[in-house]
Design a binder for this molecule. Structure first.
Ligand SMILES: Nc1ncnc2c1ncn2[C@@H]1O[C@H](COP(=O)(O)OP(=O)(O)OP(=O)(O)O)[C@@H](O)[C@H]1O
Length: 568
């Protein structure tokens, strides 16, 4: 199965796609960046002001006026810095969600057009989980990750710049401590996700045991299973306790590593400050500013390390989402102008079963209507699905026009208005187009039965429709979608004898002017087609016009006789 999973984008693809998605938001992003730098720059003022005050106090040149002025400057700077940072975070979050919404739209759009065989092989669950769980993971990461990322990134740059501007050895002292943080981060990324995953898995197992015991309460009592169920819940609960303790230990160990980094950073800057002040290269006020800058830096860095696992899993989800968006569009292998559909030696089987199609070759010219007939199980529906691109053959080639539409036996009426149902594949259709299409397929009568005409709600919870009406709607939808190739798999097979005529008429209208492949159960339909293909156990055994085949006295002639006898 793993060979067929949907692709996962790598870092470069994700970066490229995010850059593309940011189109139209780049000015706002740049403005957010500038505001972030300015706000963190303003945040530098309090440490510098305190350093200045320390020097003035040491040289005994500070009066009450100086203290008040410096305090006022600090208060203003703190308020401005906080306000600027808050606006930066709001702007960044908004842009993040806008880009995420666009990505989600693209993801859903791409998911809808993925070839069915791609989805089937990967498992529908994978696609659903990418468009739901992964989107949630990326969206939920926003409150934790965005402030930590934006504030930390700007704070690191601005504080290091500030330290270097004071005296470069201060910045160098921090650089020496950097490996402690890098090692802590690498250790946490290796360990954290694993223990959290184990904790979550243990919790799901416990929930599962409890739920099963509750749902199967009667069985548990009836078979005297209370003891084993109790033990199962106890075992899984104990596992949760063990895993939770492990997770908390990992968090404590991360805190210990961060404390070590903090301690070393402060000690390093203190020692450097001591030496610089001793040599007269820095004032005590300068050393104080340096210490305050380092203290300011430590908070955001710790915060970032604590959310790094959230960030990592959000990135993994993002890569999975972008993986779907970047699935290359399938080449349909559109047929050359003289053939609309061209199959060569097509073999298809369900799982390990015998071939449902066994070396089928078929050409359909543009505008031609070909009927497929055969006994039940001959492979007719499979052929329709292969031509439609729903199934991919294991051998042979299939070429079809770019715009193909299929109506299968399972006609579905979507919950919504009749108009929405009809314009699903033709969103630009006007009221006149809809009316004309309904007239053409003979479904206009339906409008009289609906209280609000085309705006009546149909489908689940709406106005009830008969199977024949649902098929008429499907045929009208096809007419509006205007595909080059229409594949009708038993579109009129459900019809009782009174409905057969109108539905045959509707099918004829929907097929007018386009290439058609019709799976004909009612042979009167086949008789009207340009050509008939007879399938038997996955092979084409006869092909010709109705008259040719009846005249040849083969399989079709027998089927025709049997069908006519049944009609009498
Ligand atoms: N989803 C499936 N899984 C396994 N085997 C299948 C599946 N669908 C069809 N088959 C098998 O493939 C063969 C061809 O089936 P197909 O439905 O294409 O025949 P058909 O001619 O359309 O039959 P009918 O007229 O009864 O619909 C049959 O042997 C059938 O049992």
């Amino acid at each position: 199965m793993s060979g067929h999973v949907l692709p996962v984008a790598d870092g470069r693809q994700t970066a490229r796609e995010v850059w593309r998605l940011s189109h139209g938001h780049r000015l706002r992003l740049a403005a957010t960046g500038v505001l972030g730098i300015v706000s963190t720059g303003v945040d530098l003022i309090p440490p510098v002001a305190i350093g200045y005050l320390v020097d003035r106090v040491r040289t005994e040149t500070a009066g009450l006026g100086t203290v008040l002025t410096v305090t006022a400057v600090m208060v203003v700077a703190a308020v401005l810095g906080a306000a600027g940072t808050a606006v930066t975070i709001v702007l960044a979050t908004r842009t993040y969600h806008t880009i995420l919404a666009t990505l989600r739209e693209r993801l859903v759009g791409r998911a809808m057009t993925l070839p069915q065989h791609v989805v089937e092989r990967a498992g529908t669950g994978d696609l659903i989980s990418r468009s739901s769980d992964d989107v949630t993971a990326v969206a939920d990461a926003a409150p934790a990750v965005i402030p930590a990322l934006t504030v930390t990134a700007f704070t690191i740059v601005v504080s290091l710049g500030g330290l270097a501007a004071l005296e470069w050895p201060y910045a160098a002292a921090l650089a020496v401590v950097l490996p402690v943080y890098v090692l802590a981060m690498r250790w946490y990324l290796r360990t954290g996700p694993r223990v959290y995953r184990a904790e979550r898995t243990a919790m799901s197992a416990r929930a599962q045991q409890i739920l099963e015991s509750q749902r199967g309460y009667a069985t548990v009592l009836g078979f005297g299973l209370a003891g084993p169920r109790h033990r199962a819940v106890m075992t899984t609960s104990w596992e949760v306790a063990v895993q939770s303790v492990r997770a908390r230990i990992v968090q404590s160990m991360l805190s210990a590593r961060l404390n070590l980094g903090e301690c070393l950073s402060l000690a390093a800057v203190l020692v450097v400050g001591f030496v610089l002040v001793g040599r007269g290269d820095s004032t005590v006020g300068g050393a104080t500013t340096a210490m305050l800058l380092v203290l300011r830096l430590l908070g955001p860095v710790n915060e970032l390390l604590f959310v790094i696992d959230t960030l990592q899993s959000a990135l993994a989800s993002l890569n999975r989402m972008i993986g779907v968006v970047t699935v290359p569009a399938e080449r349909n292998g559109s047929g050359p102008a003289t053939t609309a559909v061209r199959l060569r030696e097509v073999v298809f089987r369900y799982g390990d079963g015998p071939p449902a199609l066994d070396g089928v070759s078929l050409d359909i010219a543009p505008g031609q209507r070909v009927a497929v007939v055969g006994v039940s199980g001959a492979g007719k529906s499979t052929l329709a699905a292969v031509v439609a691109g729903i199934h991919r053959p294991e051998a042979g080639t299939v070429a079809r026009p770019g715009r193909a539409a299929v109506i299968t036996q399972e006609v579905h009426v979507f919950a919504g208005t009749l108009r929405e149902n009809l314009t699903l594949a033709a969103p630009d259709a006007t009221d006149r187009d809809i009316r004309a299409a309904l007239d053409a397929t003979g479904a206009a009568d339906l409008l009289d039965q609906l209280p609000d005409g085309v705006d009546t709600a149909v489908g689940a919870g709406g106005h009830p429709l008969t199977d024949a009406q649902a098929q008429q709607i499907a045929l009208t939808r096809l007419l509006l979608a205007d595909p080059e190739l229409a594949i009708l798999d038993e579109a009129t097979a459900e019809a009782g004898s009174t409905q057969a005529g109108p539905l045959d008429h509707a099918a004829g209208a929907a097929l007018a002017g386009r290439t058609g492949l019709i799976i004909a159960h009612r042979l009167s339909q086949a008789a009207e087609c340009d050509r008939i293909v007879v399938l038997d156990r996955g092979r084409i055994v006869e092909t010709g016009t109705h008259h040719e085949l009846v005249g040849s006295g083969g399989t079709y002639a027998e089927l025709w006789e049997a069908w006519r006898a049944g009609q009498r």
